[in-house]
Design a protein around this ligand. Structure first.
Ligand SMILES: O=C(O)c1cc(C(=O)O)c2c(n1)C(=O)C(=O)c1cc(C(=O)O)[nH]c1-2
Length: 246
């Protein structure tokens, strides 16, 4: 009965764009993986060479699936201008010809850390939890509406700061990794900032109702969980090779 006295529930009014952005940023501030214990140890210089190599090998699984999830998003756009914008993301990772692009730069990071290409591309060392986290992200973008798929990429707003911290940490604490290997991270500072800004403008334009805005915030929280779970799996490390044997 009381709901009839006040049929408009003020809490369901849409946030203005400033409020929406600050709610999105609050999610990243609280849940982005820069706070994950594995990243904290990485930045302090506490990772062993084996742990750092395990991260590089497993993160490659994420990198190689980013253009796959972007292709799912691309297929949802209905204008040439938006498709062009998203196509550029795919090209950033895949390059426009052999020997270029982010995936190639990650392979070079691996080589700089003493991991040969075959070890990375075979996928043989990808941990089960990493597979699940990456599958979760790709399938989220495949199955959820465009607004949520784009909102999930907004972790990139926080990525440039993390790239700067990581570059400094690598230079200071892990000098055994050849300096050229860090080109991936240097390139992502600019690309991540640009991509994050573009995605934020789209989310602000599309999320007009409170329900849509809350879905966008939830999508970003989900993505933070993906990145967090990935690092949980990397931190735990290899399942016992003899596990499951009778
Ligand atoms: O190393 C990182 O911490 C990190 C984080 C993220 C991110 O925040 O999602 C991305 C990347 N790197 C990255 O390299 C990258 O290409 C990328 C694409 C996306 C995305 O969701 O579309 N995130 C990220």
């Amino acid at each position: 009965m009381s709901s009839r006295v006040n049929p408009v529930d003020d809490t369901q009014l849409p946030w203005n764009e400033v409020e929406l952005e600050s709610r999105l940023r609050a999610v990243s501030d609280a849940r982005y993986h820069d706070r994950h214990p594995f990243n904290v140890r990485m930045h302090k210089g506490d990772l062993s060479p084996d742990e750092l190599r395990r991260w590089i090998v497993n993160r490659f699984h994420y990198q190689r699936h980013i253009p796959v999830k972007d292709a799912h998003i691309l297929a949802k756009f209905d204008t040439p201008a938006l498709r062009r914008t998203w196509l550029r993301r795919i090209q950033d990772h895949d390059g426009v010809r052999d020997g270029e692009g982010g995936i190639e730069r990650w392979l070079r990071l691996g080589e700089a850390a003493g991991i040969d290409r075959e070890r990375l591309t075979s996928g043989a060392e990808v941990l089960p939890g990493v597979r699940l986290a990456v599958d979760g992200y790709v399938n989220f973008c495949r199955l959820r509406p465009l607004l949520e798929a784009v909102a999930a990429s907004l972790t990139e707003l926080s990525a440039p700061g993390l790239m700067r911290t990581r570059i400094e940490a690598f230079e200071q604490h892990y000098p055994w990794i050849e300096a050229d290997g860090l080109t991936y991270f240097r390139t992502r500072i600019e690309q991540g900032g640009r991509d994050g800004g573009e995605a934020l403008a789209l989310v602000k334009a599309w999320a007009r109702t409170r329900e849509q805005q809350e879905r966008a915030v939830a999508a970003l929280a989900f993505k933070c969980d993906v990145l967090w779970s990935l690092l949980d799996a990397v931190e735990r490390g290899e399942p016992d090779a003899s596990g499951g044997a009778p």
